[in-house]
Design a protein around this ligand. Structure first.
Ligand code: ATP
Length: 328
């Protein structure tokens, strides 16, 4: 049977917000309009689908947003969408408008929801990886990661200035949930002495030994970057242990927190969001359904939603060796 042609596309942002989501929405809407499709914005992720909060979008709806952080469609987590009943309501709301294709910009949780929805109902779904955590396989970058990591780098550089002025040891906690990419990239880029990430076992005794040795040779300015999801503990836990074990060191803890989510997206995030958004509409039109659009080795890469939800990116041993060697 020939593939049914998609004529009306809904776009939504779901899960945690990430800078660059607006650039992706803009690309989806403008590409759809270019191909003569009707475009709709679904407000507050899957909640808006269930509550029928869906608005028509034209070219002007996405004017002047490419440089803005957050998401004009708002984002949310929807408990109701976990239930078949909730997903049925969502389907009926799309159906009555004739929406026959969906683009979901979000993280792996959002893709799990999309995968279920696409399997249960006849609406193809395309996922775009929008998360600062970069914890999705099938793409070298996720929308928002580059901005978040640059925000972290800028903040850590400032912290190093004050650490340097006072000869302090700073423990900086960055975001990333159970992924260590923001910590790894920002830690390497700021010359952190130690980087603690959930992907590797934190050897606190080795860290204490190396800081003690540095103390002996009067290297008193040190930065420890810790991912919020490190299994050993976050910034406060590591700080308490180090304060206890290194009584002569002047130790401060800084939790960077939500500033990493906000702000104007970097050039890279705007570019990948535009490219992925454009590709998502082409996928729907060409019948490449229920995939996540990623970019691998600077080429568009399509991963079935099934695999995108199951796999996580791995951190290569090379990176971990680089950290060790450069932080001496
Ligand atoms: P981030 O990585 O930024 O947190 P995310 O997309 O992983 O983003 P989640 O909160 O995990 O964020 O998921 C977003 C929404 O997707 C959930 O609130 C829920 O509505 C839907 N969802 C997640 N997992 C499932 C699932 N297994 N079945 C149905 N819906 C799901």
């Amino acid at each position: 049977m020939a593939e049914k042609k998609v004529t009306k596309i809904g776009v939504l942002t779901s899960g945690g917000d990430a800078p660059g989501m607006n650039a992706a929405i803009r690309a989806v809407v403008r590409t759809g309009l270019y191909y003569g499709l009707e475009m709709f914005g679904v407000m507050r992720g899957y909640s808006g689908m269930i509550e029928d909060d869906i608005v028509p979008m034209n070219s002007r709806s996405v004017a002047n947003i490419i440089q803005r952080g957050g998401t004009i469609l708002k984002t949310a987590r929807s408990a109701e969408f976990f239930e078949l009943e909730g997903r049925k309501k969502a389907y009926e709301n799309l159906k009555k408008r004739g929406i026959d294709g969906l683009v979901i910009i979000g993280g792996d949780g959002s893709f799990k929801g999309a995968q279920k929805f696409a399997n249960e109902f006849d609406i193809p779904c395309i996922g775009l990886p929008g998360t600062i955590d970069k914890d999705i396989a099938g793409s070298d970058f996720t929308i928002g990661f580059d901005t978040a990591v640059n925000t972290a780098v800028e903040a850590i550089d400032k912290i190093r200035d004050t650490a340097d002025a006072h000869d302090r040891l700073f423990i900086v906690e960055v975001m990333g949930r159970d992924a260590g990419y923001i910590a790894l990239h920002s830690g390497i880029a700021t010359g952190a002495e130690n980087i603690l990430i959930p992907e590797t076992k934190t050897d606190i005794e080795a860290i204490i030994a190396s800081l003690t040795e540095k103390e002996k040779r009067k290297k008193l300015v040190n930065l420890v970057v810790v991912a919020e999801g490190d299994k050993f503990g976050g910034g406060n836990e590591i700080g308490a242990i180090l304060k206890n074990r290194l009584p002569n060191a002047d130790i401060r803890v800084c939790i960077l927190g939500h500033i990493q989510r906000g702000g104007s997206p970097s050039c890279l995030d705007r570019l990948i969001a535009s490219r992925m958004g454009f590709a998502s509409v082409e996928c729907l039109l060409q019948g490449t359904h229920n995939v996540m659009v990623g970019i691998m080795n600077n080429k568009l890469h399509y991963t079935p939603l099934d695999n995108a939800v199951k796999a996580k990116q791995k951190i290569s041993d090379d990176w971990l060796r680089i950290v060790k060697i450069l932080a001496s």
